[in-house]
Design a protein around this ligand. Structure first.
Ligand code: BJW
Length: 308
C-alpha cells in the first residue's frame, strides 16, 4: 500500500496519462532521501554557519578558504550519495515523454547520475562539479571534475578532525563517517565545537586557475545576486513560450528563491495544473488552486508512486 491517498493518486495519474507538455521544478528536498541536507530545514547548517550565508560572492571574497571548505564538503557528500527512486522516476518520465522538461535548482549531480536525459534537464544553479576562474580577465571553466578533494588542503576527513591536512588521521575519517550518517536523519550536523576547529586555509592552499595561473578557482554554482546561466534561461523561456503547459510538478523545494520559483506561476499562466510534493504542507508555491494536488511526504517515496 502506498503513501498517497487513493483518490488523489487516481485523479493525478488519470490526468498525467493525458498530459503532453510537462515541466518539473526540483529543489534540495528531492535529494534529502539520498542523505543530502537541504538549505532551510534540518541540516541547513554547516558547522555553525547558515548554508545560505555561504552561498554569496561576498562570502567568497571575504573568506574563500571557508567557502571552499563548505563546497568541498558538499562535493564529497554528493559523491558519497546515490540517486534515489525519485531521480530515477523523473529520468524515466523524460524518456517516455520528449515534451517533459526538468528545471533543477540542485547542484549535486544526482539527476545526471540517474541518467536523466541531459537535453531535458536544465540546471538553474550550476553544478558542484564545475569550477571557474574568478579573474575578471580569464574565462576559464571546467565541467564535471569529480576529483575529491580538488586540492590536498580540502581533504574532508582530515578537515572534519580539525587537523592540518598533512597529518594522517584515523579519528578524522571516523568523524566524517559520523557526519555522513547524521545527514538526513534530522539530527543537527554540528562539527563546530572547539575540538573541531575549522582549519584556516590561505589562498595558496586553494584551487588555482591552470590557464591564467594567478586567478583563484571558484565553484561553478550560482550564488545570491548572480545571474542564472543565460543559455539555460533562454532555452527554458523558449520551451515555456512554445505552447500551453499541462502540468507543473514542484518537488522538494521551498520555492522561495527567485527566479526559479517564478517558473511555477509562468507554467500556471500557460494553463498548467500544479502538483506539489513536499514534506512540509506549508511549503507550497503560493496558493494552490482547485484542481491542483499536494502530496505530502518524502519525495523519494511519493514521486515514484505518482509517476508509475
Ligand atoms: C522534502 C524532503 C523530502 C525536505 N521530500 N520534500 C525577486 C523577489 C525577491 C528576491 C529576488 C527576486 N529576484 C532575485 C531575488 C534575489 C535572490 C532571491 O531569490 N532571494 C530570496 C531568498 C528572497 N535571487 C537571486 O539572487 C538569484 N539571482 C538573480 O536573481 O540575479 C539577478 C541578476 C540578473 C542579472 C545580473 C545579475 C543578477 C540567484 C539565486 C541563486 C540561489 N543559489 C543557491 C545556492 C546554489 C549553490 C549551492 O547549492 O550552494 O541555490 S541558494 C539555495 O536556495 C540553492 C537552492 O538551489 C535554492 C533553493 O532552495 P531549495 O532547493 O528550495 O531548498 P530549501 O532548503 O529551501 O527547501 C527544501 C524543501 O524540501 C523544503 O520545502 C522542505 O520541506 C522539503 N523537503 N525533505 C520532499 N524528503
Amino acid at each position: 500500500k502506498g503513501l498517497v491517498p487513493a483518490a488523489d493518486l487516481q485523479s493525478f495519474t488519470e490526468y498525467l496519462s493525458g498530459c503532453k507538455r510537462v515541466i518539473a521544478l526540483l529543489g534540495a528536498g528531492i535529494s534529502a532521501s539520498s542523505g543530502l541536507p537541504t538549505f532551510r530545514g534540518a541540516g541547513g547548517l554547516w558547522r555553525s554557519y547558515d548554508a545560505t550565508s555561504l552561498a554569496t560572492p561576498e562570502a567568497f571574497q571575504r573568506t574563500p578558504g571557508l567557502v571552499w571548505q563548505f563546497y568541498s564538503y558538499r562535493r564529497h557528500m554528493a559523491l558519497q550519495a546515490e540517486p534515489n527512486k525519485a531521480h530515477y522516476a523523473l529520468a524515466e518520465l523524460s524518456r517516455r515523454n520528449e515534451d517533459f522538461i526538468t528545471l533543477s535548482q540542485n547542484v549535486d549531480g544526482l539527476s545526471q547520475r540517474a541518467l536523466h536525459p541531459s537535453k531535458q534537464l536544465h540546471l538553474l544553479h550550476g553544478s558542484l562539479f564545475d569550477v571557474k576562474c574568478t579573474s575578471f580577465y580569464c574565462n576559464y571553466t571546467r565541467e564535471n571534475d569529480f576529483t575529491d578533494p580538488l586540492v590536498p588542503a580540502l581533504d574532508i576527513p582530515k578537515m572534519a578532525s580539525g587537523l592540518h591536512p598533512s597529518a594522517t588521521d584515523k579519528t578524522g575519517e571516523e568523524a566524517a563517517k559520523a557526519i555522513h550518517n547524521a545527514l538526513g536523519t534530522g539530527e543537527e550536523v554540528d562539527i563546530s565545537d572547539a575540538s573541531n576547529p575549522i582549519p584556516h586555509l590561505s589562498e595558496d592552499d586553494l584551487p588555482k586557475c591552470p590557464k591564467c595561473k594567478t586567478g583563484l578557482l571558484r565553484p561553478g554554482v550560482v550564488w545570491f545576486g548572480e545571474a542564472l546561466p543565460e543559455k539555460t534561461l533562454s532555452e527554458v523561456d523558449r520551451w515555456i513560450a512554445a505552447g500551453p503547459i499541462d502540468l507543473c510538478l514542484v518537488i522538494g523545494t521551498s520555492a522561495r528563491v527567485w527566479p526559479a520559483a517564478g517558473y511555477v506561476d509562468e507554467a500556471r499562466s500557460q494553463g498548467a495544473r500544479i502538483a506539489v510534493c513536499n514534506m512540509d504542507s506549508n511549503d507550497t508555491p503560493g496558493e494552490l488552486h482547485f484542481g491542483d494536488w499536494f502530496f505530502q511526504g518524502d519525495a523519494g517515496v511519493i514521486v515514484p508512486e505518482i509517476l508509475k
